[in-house]
Every structure is written in structure tokens, then in C-alpha cells.
Design a protein around this ligand. Sequence first.
Ligand code: NDP
Length: 316
Amino acid sequence: MTTEKNKVVIIGSGPAGYTAAIYAARAGLKPILYTGGQPGGQLTTTNDVENFPGYPEGINGPQMMMDLQKQAERFGTKINYGLVTAVDFKDYPFRLLIDEKKEVMAESVIVATGATAKYLGLPSEEKYANRGVSACAVCDGYFYRGKEVAVVGAGDSAAEEATYLANLCTKVHLIVRRGEMRASKIMQHRVMNNSTIQIHWNTETEEILGDDNGVTGASLINVITKEKETISVEGFFLAIGHKPNTEIFKGILDMDEAGYVKVKPGTTKTNIEGIYAVGDVADRVYRQAITAAGTGCMGALDAEKFLVSKEVENAK
Ligand code: NDP
């Protein structure tokens, strides 16, 4: 088994990982970045990104990620297309196993593994991905202004996304699988008092309908009465939660009950000195490309400071 030793290893290739890489590389730390199974992260599943500052005309999501990669490489980041399959943070330097075969040593690690939006699991969801099906109203809602849309879910995200879309769209169908919502009372109140939002209680989605241009509607079923109905919508938004990609850190890094990595407020520091968590993996609230990029920068600065303090310690 070959073992490399690095100052900084970054796990993940979304805006958080690449921003951490740009800062660490410019600080001369020669970071190594492992892309994970979805190089470019969640933004590669989006068409146009119009809310990232600096792009007055918007930018295509996959293009933006390629640009970030190029920028990281320009300053000396080594990008590896591999998956970190296990970590050992007990001893120092830390050890990471890549693709279950290669071992890498790291003096510091920046965890930027992100989160994955949950989907219903319908074949039509995949078929119309990026053509009407979206898991982010703030990212894609603008493209449906003046149109009719649906939101699935009954938590704070669904309530927030439905309210957000109600400002842009002619009608929002909120599809709730039970007879009540789990969203906070204030968010429920907003949804229920918004005349643009129609709530479909006890309702599940059987299929998303569409044609060559994308989504045209959805067929719904009331799980109690078994009555079916078809709604006409051009946008179909999933807001049924996210799953942080933290499997390999279970029992190693402190996490909240949903599996998001806990960081010391105002920093990217985890419970282990030298390991930093940035982007959606440590953020269940904002989950935006720009906030992920911001914490990616913080992670690189935190790692750099840690490495300097280690050098000072070793020189004594
Ligand atoms: P939640 O896990 O809170 O809610 C997910 C919702 O999706 C539930 O209502 C659930 O239904 C529903 N759901 C799950 N699977 C399916 C399915 N297969 N079909 C239909 N519906 C389904 O996720 P959120 O993303 O809403 O929130 C995550 C966390 O982030 C929460 O703690 C929330 O409070 C917080 N948050 C806070 C915000 C704020 O404060 N502004 C904004 C957004 C999120 P059921 O209820 O039946 O289980």
C-alpha cells in the first residue's frame, strides 16, 4: 500500500471544497482535493446559477464548477478523482483511505462532503431533472415566475420554499403526505394564510408528467380517499429534507441528530483539532453556494493557522 503525506487534504468538490482549495493553494500549502463520487457537487445538477455574486448574466452550474476547479488548479491544487472511503483521525498525522485501496496522510483535513437532497424515488423525477424538477426553490424558482408550480414536503423547508415561490408564481400546490405539517407554527401560519398556496393534505405524488420541453403536471393520490387528481404545473420542487454526506465520519466527528457535522460557532473547527468542516456538511439552514464558498475560505484559513501553530510547536 502506497502512502502519501500532505499538509492539507480537502474532501469534496463543491463550492466549499474548491474555495478551500483556492485559499490553501495560494497560501502555499499544496492541497490535495478528492472529488468524491459526484465531481462538482450539487451545482452540477443545476442549470443556471443567477444568485452567485459576480455573474451579472448568471452562469451554468457545471460550467461554474469547472471554472472553480481551474482556479484551484492554477494555484497548485492537485485534484484527484477518488472517493475517501474511510478515515482514521485518532493518530497524527491523520490517515485517509482512498477508494478502499490507497492510504494518504494529512496534517490537516477539510471536510467539504456536502449534503444530498432527498427525492421521492420516482423514475419521472430523474427523467425531468433540470427540466422542471428541482430540489432548491431559491436556486431555480425564478425560472418559474408567472407559472404554476408544486412543492412536496411539510417541514420548514417546504413551508419556506412554498412561501418564496408564492411571491413569484401564480399558484403553488403544496403536497403534504399526512393531515398535518411538521413545520414550525409560524411557518405553517404563513403558508395557510397565503391565498396563492393550495395545500393538498394526505396526498402523495404518483408520477410527474411532462413532454419534450419538461414538466407539465403531476398525478396525485389522496392516501385516505384514494381519489386521484392531476395538477398542471411547470415546476416540481422537492423539499423533503437533505442528508448530509457524513457516513465515514460517524463516531469520529461530533454531529447533530440529523448527521450534520458540528462546528464551533463562528469557525469551521470540529471536535478534532486539525479537522475542519465547511459547506453544506455543517450547515442545515442556509445551504447556498455562496455560503458554502464562504465557509470553504474560513476552513482554509483555520487549517493554515493550525499548521503554523504546529510548526511553531515543533520548532521549540
Ligand atoms: P424535515 O426533515 O424537517 O421535513 C421533511 C418533510 O418532508 C416532512 O414534513 C416529511 O413528511 C416530508 N417527507 C419526507 N419524505 C417524504 C416523502 N417521501 N413524500 C412526501 N413527503 C415526505 O426537513 P426540512 O428540510 O424541512 O428541515 C430540516 C431542518 O432544517 C429542520 O430542523 C428545520 O426546522 C430546519 N430548517 C429551518 C428553517 C428556518 O428556520 N428558516 C428553514 C428550513 C429548514 P412527514 O412530516 O410526514 O414526515
